[in-house]
Ligand binder design. Sequence first.
Ligand SMILES: *[C@@H]1O[C@H](CO)[C@@H](O)[C@H](O)[C@H]1NC(C)=O
Ligand SMILES: *[C@@H]1O[C@H](CO)[C@@H](O)[C@H](O)[C@H]1NC(C)=O
Ligand SMILES: *[C@@H]1O[C@H](CO)[C@@H](O)[C@H](O)[C@H]1NC(C)=O
Ligand SMILES: *[C@@H]1O[C@H](CO)[C@@H](O)[C@H](O)[C@H]1NC(C)=O
Ligand SMILES: *[C@@H]1O[C@H](CO)[C@@H](O)[C@H](O)[C@H]1NC(C)=O
Length: 329
Amino acid sequence: CPQLQASFFRLLCLIPTGFPVRSVDMQRATDNITIRQGDTAIIRCYVDDKVSKVAWLNRSNIIFAGEDKWSLDPRVGLVTKGQLEYSLRIQKVDVYDEGSYTCSIQTKQQPKTSQVYLIVQVPATIYKVSEDIIVNEGSNVTLSCLASGRPDPLITWRLLNPSAEPLDGEEYLDIIGIMRNQAGRYECKASNDVATPDVKYVNVVVNYPPSIRKTQSSEPPVGRLGTLQCEAAAVPTPEFEWYRDDKRLSNTQGINIQILGGNTILMIANVTEEDYGNYTCVASNRLGAQSSSVFLYRPGTGRDINGSACASLSLWLLLASFACLFFKC
Ligand SMILES: *[C@@H]1O[C@H](CO)[C@@H](O)[C@H](O)[C@H]1NC(C)=O
Ligand SMILES: *[C@@H]1O[C@H](CO)[C@@H](O)[C@H](O)[C@H]1NC(C)=O
Ligand SMILES: *[C@@H]1O[C@H](CO)[C@@H](O)[C@H](O)[C@H]1NC(C)=O
Ligand SMILES: *[C@@H]1O[C@H](CO)[C@@H](O)[C@H](O)[C@H]1NC(C)=O
Ligand SMILES: *[C@@H]1O[C@H](CO)[C@@H](O)[C@H](O)[C@H]1NC(C)=O
């Protein structure tokens, strides 16, 4: 008896039982029970009618000795079925309940213990994530996403663009020299298979200076509407200016400038001979500026003013409808 460690068995030794207590190590199979935080755990223990004493231990502390509750914890109770079941119920399981639980059975012949290791799982929860940010192209960016859970959550990142491929990063996602095509909505996902993954988002805006992507010259006859078009990519949205040689053009009689996002259209209501020539579209934002020449050709002198008109046809129609409002057509 003195060599026995667990307090319960010391107790058994003090109680005259009328039969010898042998080894506690008989039949020590450890099973794992996995339970989610907040749920009710029932740890089963089956007995037969030859049993003389039963008890439940949490680590080495007695919770129940027979029907006597030693634990003060109101979440703990017994599930019994006649003399045949002696199971332990723990309500609202929490992480500190994780550990080994022992059902100790004493029959006429020998003591037996059946031990269960209770594993408490906690769904992954993201408790901290980077705020939305605005950076300049070329900056180094670190996004963070911190999550808790048991087992430790796996953190993955995606940029929610059409391909949405997984990115190489865990708690911290490092983007060296961020490019404009890396702007967008980043998704951070924390998963540990306990519950549906937790997901949070970070919006990243990448500023860059304007680059003029497309211009559209035109070749209107005298007396008709002349339009010149210019499209620039920039973040933040560019400002536009139109020049004829060195002279800045503005909305005056016969001239109308429309700007819609990264597009601008210059309209000359009633083209005259003097209007033909070289115009300049300037796109600028706080990171820089770019300009491009656009031509109002005399009919028959336009070189190649092909192509991109179709792509921006719908935009053109939209802007042209503004023009109609302006020119009351
Ligand atoms: C119980 O879980 C532990 C890890 O927590 C593992 O090493 C052990 O193999 C598991 N035992 C069984 C019987 O599943
Ligand atoms: C088990 O023991 C641990 C450590 O003493 C304690 O924090 C926890 O509340 C106990 N759980 C139950 C269900 O008795
Ligand atoms: C960005 O990170 C790279 C590699 O760590 C470093 O060489 C570079 O100087 C950094 N750039 C800035 C603007 O901090
Ligand atoms: C266009 O300008 C010419 C010359 O100034 C004028 O004769 C003509 O009536 C104008 N046409 C329209 C539609 O305003
Ligand atoms: C158009 O004007 C711009 C700016 O004034 C100038 O740089 C460019 O050479 C001109 N193009 C032609 C074909 O005259």
